[in-house]
Ligand binder design. Structure first.
Ligand SMILES: [Cu+2]
Length: 197
């Protein structure tokens, strides 16, 4: 993402940003409706206010649709598909198992159980990394968090499947791998580390 273009947007997580927009839109609706009803006293006025609310609602709907359409077009370029289609600079095999991670550079023909790897790995920053994620036992979830504790990428780790996850570490630093699928008692100790160099 071009963070220099939208410094304020970059500082917010997507969840906080969409939550803020939802809150503002909801306040506009509640405020307008309350204003119209409070300023009408007689039955006729209330009826007229109701009609005006319906009229405003239609305009609000059209306005919101236009805003969402523009936002959709602008935000399309931030979607990860283009990055996913780009040829990966490096492939990393990831196997989840109760209750640790096995990670190693390169693709592997071994079964998830045979595969050997470490729960700590160093990867280049600014390169297209393709994680190939599998599980040696039950369902897990391979989730990568940055040093600020923000979830930056995740995919399910399932027995019998190889899920691919494309990610480019935007900056150097330590990233945390956490399992996001409850997989038994010591699930919370199932962590790993990625050093982006
Ligand atoms: Cu797990």
């Amino acid at each position: 993402m071009k963070t220099d273009l939208f410094p304020l947007l970059a500082a917010l997580t997507a969840q906080k940003f969409s939550g803020g927009i939802f809150l503002m839109a909801a306040l506009v609706v509640v405020g307008l409706t309350t204003y119209l009803i409070l300023t009408s006293r007689t039955r006729e006025e209330k009826y007229a206010a109701k009609k005006r609310v319906y009229g405003l609602r239609a305009r609000y709907f059209i306005g919101l649709s236009v805003i969402l359409l523009v936002a959709l077009v602008i935000s399309l370029r931030f979607l990860p598909y283009e990055r996913y289609q780009a040829k990966p600079d490096q492939t990393v095999t990831v196997v989840a198992m109760q209750w640790t991670w096995k990670m190693a550079a390169g693709s592997s023909d071994q079964t998830p159980l045979e595969f050997t790897g470490s729960n700590e790995i160093s990867l280049p920053a600014g390169k297209n990394i393709r994680f190939v994620v599998a599980s040696a036992d039950v369902n897990h979830n391979f989730a990568i968090y940055n040093s600020q504790g923000v979830l930056v990428a995740q995919t399910q780790a399932m027995p019998g499947y190889r899920n691919e996850l494309a990610y480019r570490f935007p900056e150097k630093g330590d990233y945390m791998v956490i399992c996001l699928e409850y997989c038994g008692g010591p699930h919370t100790i199932m962590t790993g580390k990625i050093h982006a160099l």
